[in-house]
Design a protein around this ligand. Structure first.
Ligand code: ADP
Ligand code: GLC
Length: 508
């Protein structure tokens, strides 16, 4: 059994902005099922505190350089048996708005300081210096917000960080092994030198071999340079980030660390996302009761102000409205797409320009396009259940969870062949249809024309109900549950431990 500290900046159902929240909310529970002693650590955002249920104060940390103590609340991740620690420093985390940005959508100006504090608290726990009488042998970090954790843990015992941050004594235990998971390389946590200077970190970290990146301080590099093992969330994205096209300037470093980098597909949490028992949809259904899916379509049409018509194919989309997700490709494909009899329903929020363009398209095609701008967890389930097809034109997609949900709901994904989309969807080519393998529709070039062509193939198959139902049933039978992925993480923890032992020997 491993002792794992799982550090993340969001976790469903405490706080969620995207797929990272889904993963941090379900992978720890899957590891728990595999009998691991896994504990989750998160910042005590106001919303997370409100959603966490019963909490007790487990420790009060005095961190050098901070004028107030950091409180560590202990509870359980709701709906699981996973112990939860919330790092409470009200100046940084007790605010309205999202975890990374304020109600106006702009990043909190003190994000570097906020996640530096979170990292220091996590390191204190990791080194068993928080008074919890528990030391993990693995610290599993996720995305840039946790990048400083491997960096701080890797500092030599005698360095100022070791003494000032978590006061390692001569008899201090060895550091735990670290694993850093890249959920999205495009978000790097970059801050100017002036901010770096205010963080009180060892100056050695400002180096191109450490966390300096083209004149900025890069939180993600802390993970990429210092973690014993690196993973990302699909095998294809693990290859893609080693190329200039999707490496975001870090492909050189990732190639250098290729031997420690692997791709492990995310799982879907079928406790939450399964039309057989989903409480947020109008009517539950399974492969034998597909007729009930139509009741969800009717409800979806009602919620999106679309005429209720079961014959018309309905294309759905849910997502963050940002460049990555290729919503502009869908918008640009509309003049051609709308020549076919179909409806579109989009739920999303993000960049103003995309929100506005979507709302305008709704005016241009009244009664044919329904748009809801906002973040609504429950409505996302209804889109998955009620749509016939789910459009994911992402320019890149490290894994993507919505296509996994779509498969389970018998809602054929139409997606760009990239990252996790390429790894989880089998394109409905004539050969794949014949071999009873196809589960969705993939297109190769991230262009409106290619998206339109794939949609056309989907519409054609949709017009042949017996064939369409076969595709739906096959999609619904796919198994992307966490079990398999959690086992792969376990194997990797084992290797990370071996690596950490070797590196500590060689440093000693
Ligand atoms: P990413 O993490 O890049 O946003 P994923 O496909 O991995 O993409 O995960 C997105 C998650 O966020 C899904 O659970 C999806 O349903 C949810 N989500 C995104 N936007 C919204 C929204 N506007 N309302 C409700 N849920 C949303
Ligand atoms: C990121 C990626 C998404 C992935 C999610 C969870 O937000 O954009 O593809 O599914 O993280 O790993």
């Amino acid at each position: 059994m491993h002792k794992i500290l799982f550090a993340a900046s969001e976790a469903h159902p405490l706080v969620k902005t995207g797929g990272l929240g889904d993963v941090a909310g379900s992978l720890p529970a899957a590891l728990k099922h595999l009998h691991q002693d896994v504990r989750l650590i998160l910042p005590a955002y106001r919303v997370a505190m409100a959603n966490a249920g019963e909490l007790r104060e487990a420790a009060r940390l005095t961190l050098p350089g901070y004028d107030a103590p950091v409180r560590l609340w202990e509870g359980r991740l709701p709906g699981t048996r996973v112990p939860l620690y919330l790092v409470d420093y009200p100046t940084y985390f007790d605010r309205p708005g999202g975890p990374y940005a304020g109600p106006d959508g702009r990043d909190w100006p003190d994000n570097a300081a906020r996640y530096a504090l979170f990292a220091r608290a996590a390191v204190t726990v990791a080194m068993n210096q928080a008074g919890l009488d528990w030391q993990p042998d693995i610290v599993h970090c996720n995305d840039w917000q946790t990048g400083l954790i491997p960096a701080l843990l890797a500092q030599p015992v005698s360095s100022p960080v070791a003494t000032s941050v978590h006061r390692r004594s001569a008899a201090a235990p060895p550091r735990p092994a670290t694993l850093f998971t890249i959920h999205n390389l495009a978000y790097q946590g970059l801050f100017p030198w002036e901010i770096f200077q205010t963080l009180g970190l060892p100056h050695t970290l400002w180096s191109m071999d450490a966390m300096e990146f083209y004149g900025k301080f890069s939180f993600i590099k802390g993970g990429l340079v210092f973690a014993d093992r690196l993973t990302t969330v699909s095998p294809t994205y693990a290859r893609e980030i080693r190329t200039p096209a999707l490496g975001c300037g870090l492909d050189g470093l990732l190639n250098h660390r290729a031997a420690q980098l692997t791709g492990i597909l995310n799982g879907a949490d079928y406790n939450l996302w399964d039309p057989r028992h989903d409480p947020f949809i109008a009517h539950n259904y399974n492969t034998r009761t597909l007729q009930y899916k139509a009741l969800n379509k009717t409800e979806l049409q009602r919620r999106f102000n679309l005429p209720q018509n079961n014959e018309l194919p309905l294309l759905g989309h849910v997502g963050r409205l940002v460049e990555q997700k290729g919503i502009d490709l869908l918008l640009d494909a509309l003049p051609h797409l709308m020549q076919h009899p179909l409806q579109i329903a989009v739920l999303g929020s993000g960049e103003r320009r995309f929100e506005q363009a979507l709302l305008q398209s709704m005016e241009r095609y009244p009664g044919r396009i329904g748009i809801i701008i906002g973040y609504h967890e429950e409505l996302a389930h209804l889109v998955e259940a009620g749509a016939d097809m789910f459009v994911m034109p992402s320019r890149f997609e490290p894994c993507g969870l919505n296509q996994l949900y779509s498969l389970r709901y018998g809602t054929a994904p139409i997606a760009h062949r990239t990252g996790g989309l390429a790894d989880t969807i089998v394109d409905a080519t004539p050969e794949n249809l014949k071999a009873a393998r196809a589960t969705g529709f993939l297109f190769d070039a991230p262009t409106p024309a290619a998206l339109h062509d794939a949609a056309l193939r989907a519409l054609t198959l949709f017009s042949r109900p017996p064939q369409w139902r076969k595709l739906m049933r096959r999609a619904m039978a796919q198994d992307f549950s966490w079990h398999q992925s959690a086992r792969q993480y376990l194997a990797l923890y084992q290797q990370a431990l071996a690596d950490a032992r070797t590196s500590q020997h060689s440093r000693a």
